[in-house]
Ligand binder design. Structure first.
Ligand SMILES: [Cu+2]
Length: 512
C-alpha cells in the first residue's frame, strides 16, 4: 500500500484504466471493495515574503460588476478572465489570474427570474471553464470540466479529451429561477481547478428576490460578502502553489506532500490579509464564503459579544434563524449570517477568529466599532418556507464512498472519467445519497440543491436548509435527500477540496 502513495501524477494518469472495471458498477451500487489506505491530510505552504501585521488594511468592499446591457428579461455581462497584478500584501505586487484581472472577481448581483447572460472572454494562456456554484443552470452553461474556453490562437494540448470547446469567448446563461441566495462563480477546468482558483479565478454572485427584500434584513452597505481563503506567497510576492507544472499547461497535479490539499499561511478576506472593517453599532449581514482550496474554518467572535445568527445556507434562506457561537465552514460552503454590534461602545474591537487555526491562521479579520447608528433592520423568527424533502419518498437510494483508492482520490473506487455516466437520476425524482468518507471531503453536487437528513453522531446545527456542499468528516456517513429539479444533461458531483477534485474525486451525473 505504501508504494501507491509515492506514485507520481503521470504514473497515476497511466493507471487510470484500473478504475474502469470498478466504474461499471456505477454509483447506484454499494459494496465496492475499498482497501484500507492511509489518507494524506492537507499540507501547509509557508510564505517566503515578510507578512504584514494583522488588521493593518481595511476590508475591501468588492466592486459590483456592471451589465453591458439590460433588456426585458436579461442582464448581459462581459467579463474577461485575464492575468493582472494585485496588491494583496501592502506594497507587494502579486501576479494573479482574475475575472477582469482582479482578485477576487467583481460581485455579480442578480434578481430572481431575470436571466444573466455572462459572456466570458479569455486572455489567459491556458483553457478555463466557468461554473456558477449553487446555480440551477442548464447543462451547456454549467461548466462541465471538459467544456473548455481557450484563448484565441491557443496551440496547447488538453490533458483530457475535450468536450464542447469555445475559442476566445463563451456564453453562459444563468436563468436565476431560484430563491435569493449567496452563490459564487469560479474556474472549473479539468485537472487545474485548484491552481486556477488559487490564482484568483473566483467571485461572489448574489441573487435577490422580493420575499427576501420584505424580511427587513440589513441591506446596502450593511450587507457584505466575506470571501475568506488562505494563500501563500513566494519571496517575490507571487502566489505560491506546488504545481508539478507551474505553467498549468500540460502536466496536472501537485507535489506529493500536497496531494491531500494545499493550505496557505495567510488568511485573506475579499483579497486582503487579516483586514479590519469599521462598523457602526448596529446589525450587519455577512455572506460568508470559504473560498479556500482545502482549509476548513471554524469562525468565532472574540470577545463573543453577540451570536453569529445564521439566516441562510448555501442555496437560500433558512426557515428560521439559528444562533451559533462557533460556525464551522468547509471549502465552498456559504453561510449567510447577521451579527449585531448594537450597544458596543465606539472603539470596541471584535476579532473574527478561526478556531481550527493556529498562529496566523487562527486570525481572520477584525471589526472596529466607530460609533452609534440608527438600525431599522431586523431578523424575524420566520424567514422562509423551506419544503422538507422526505427520504421515505425517495425512489432511488445511492451510496457514494469518497476515499483514497490505489493512490487516487476516488468515488466508489473509480477516478473521474468524463465519458462515463456514474449516475443517471431522473428529472424531479427524489433520491437519497448516503455518503461515506475516509477523511474530510466537502461534497458538492451540481444542479441539485439538497437537504441533509442524517449524519453520524447526529445532525449538526449547520446542516439546516438548502445545501449544495456538505462537509463529510473522517469515518462519517451523511445522508442527503435531493432531486434534480429542472435541467437534463451532464453535470458533475465532486469533492470540493480542489486538490482532491483535480486528482479525480469527481463523478459524472447524467440527468435523464
Ligand atoms: Cu475530498
Amino acid at each position: 500500500m505504501a508504494s501507491t502513495s509515492t506514485l507520481t501524477r503521470r504514473q497515476l494518469i497511466r493507471t487510470t484504466g484500473l478504475g474502469i472495471g470498478v466504474a461499471a458498477t456505477g454509483l447506484a451500487l454499494s459494496g465496492c471493495s475499498l482497501l484500507p489506505e492511509t489518507t494524506p491530510g492537507a499540507a501547509l505552504l509557508t510564505s517566503a515574503v515578510p507578512l504584514p501585521a494583522p488588521f493593518g488594511v481595511p476590508l475591501p468592499i468588492l466592486p459590483r460588476a456592471q451589465p453591458t446591457s439590460r433588456n426585458a428579461g436579461t442582464d448581459v455581462y462581459d467579463i474577461t478572465a485575464r492575468p493582472g497584478v494585485a496588491e494583496i500584501l501592502p506594497g507587494v505586487p502579486t501576479p494573479v489570474w482574475g475575472y477582469d484581472g482582479s482578485f477576487p472577481g467583481p460581485t455579480i448581483v442578480a434578481e430572481r427570474d431575470r436571466t444573466v447572460l455572462l459572456r466570458l472572454h479569455t486572455e489567459l494562456p491556458v483553457p478555463t471553464v466557468l461554473h456558477l456554484h449553487g446555480g440551477a443552470t442548464p447543462a451547456d452553461s454549467d461548466g462541465f470540466p471538459t467544456d473548455f474556453l481557450v484563448p484565441e490562437g491557443w496551440t496547447g494540448q488538453h490533458t483530457h479529451p475535450a468536450g464542447d470547446v469555445a475559442v476566445g469567448t463563451r456564453e453562459y446563461r444563468y436563468p436565476n429561477r431560484q430563491q435569493a441566495a449567496s452563490l459564487w462563480y469560479h474556474d472549473h477546468r479539468m485537472d487545474f481547478t485548484g491552481p486556477q482558483v488559487w490564482r484568483g479565478l473566483f467571485g461572489s454572485y448574489l441573487i435577490h428576490d422580493p420575499a427576501e427584500d420584505a424580511l427587513g434584513l440589513p441591506t446596502g452597505e450593511h450587507d457584505i460578502p466575506l470571501l475568506v481563503c488562505d494563500r501563500a506567497f513566494g519571496a517575490d510576492g507571487s502566489l505560491a502553489y506546488p504545481s508539478l507544472d507551474r505553467t498549468l499547461s500540460s502536466v496536472a497535479g501537485v507535489e506529493e506532500p500536497y496531494a491531500g490539499g494545499v493550505l496557505g499561511d495567510v488568511v485573506l478576506v475579499n483579497g486582503a490579509p487579516w483586514p479590519e472593517l469599521d462598523v457602526t453599532a448596529r446589525r450587519y449581514r455577512f455572506r460568508i464564503l470559504n473560498a479556500s482550496n482545502a482549509r476548513q474554518f471554524r469562525f468565532e467572535l472574540d470577545p463573543p459579544v453577540a451570536p453569529i445568527v445564521q439566516v441562510g445556507s448555501d442555496c437560500g434562506l433558512l426557515a428560521e434563524p439559528v444562533a451559533h457561537t462557533a460556525l464551522p465552514v468547509s471549502p465552498a460552503e456559504r453561510y449567510d449570517v447577521v451579527i449585531d454590534f448594537g450597544g458596543l461602545a465606539a472603539g470596541t474591537t471584535v476579532e473574527l477568529r478561526n478556531g481550527l487555526g493556529s498562529g496566523p491562521t487562527a486570525q481572520v479579520m477584525r471589526f472596529r466599532v466607530t460609533g452609534a447608528a440608527a438600525d431599522d433592520s431586523r431578523v424575524l423568527a420566520r424567514l422562509a418556507d423551506v419544503e422538507p424533502l422526505d427520504p421515505a419518498k425517495a425512489s432511488t437510494a445511492r451510496r457514494l464512498a469518497f476515499a483514497r483508492t490505489s493512490g487516487q482520490w476516488t468515488i466508489n473506487g473509480a477516478p473521474f472519467d468524463p465519458s462515463r455516466p456514474d449516475a443517471t437520476p431522473r428529472l424531479r425524482q427524489l433520491e437519497t445519497w448516503t455518503i461515506t468518507s475516509d477523511g474530510d471531503h466537502p461534497v458538492h453536487v451540481h444542479s441539485a440543491p439538497f437537504q441533509v437528513v442524517d449524519r453520524t453522531g447526529g445532525l449538526a446545527a449547520t446542516d439546516r436548509g438548502w445545501k449544495d456542499t456538505v462537509a463529510v468528516g473522517p469515518a462519517q456517513t451523511v445522508t442527503i435527500v435531493t432531486r434534480f429539479p429542472e435541467f437534463r444533461g451532464r453535470f458533475v458531483a465532486h469533492c470540493h477540496n480542489l486538490e482532491h477534485e483535480d486528482m479525480m474525486m469527481m463523478a459524472t451525473i447524467e440527468v435523464l
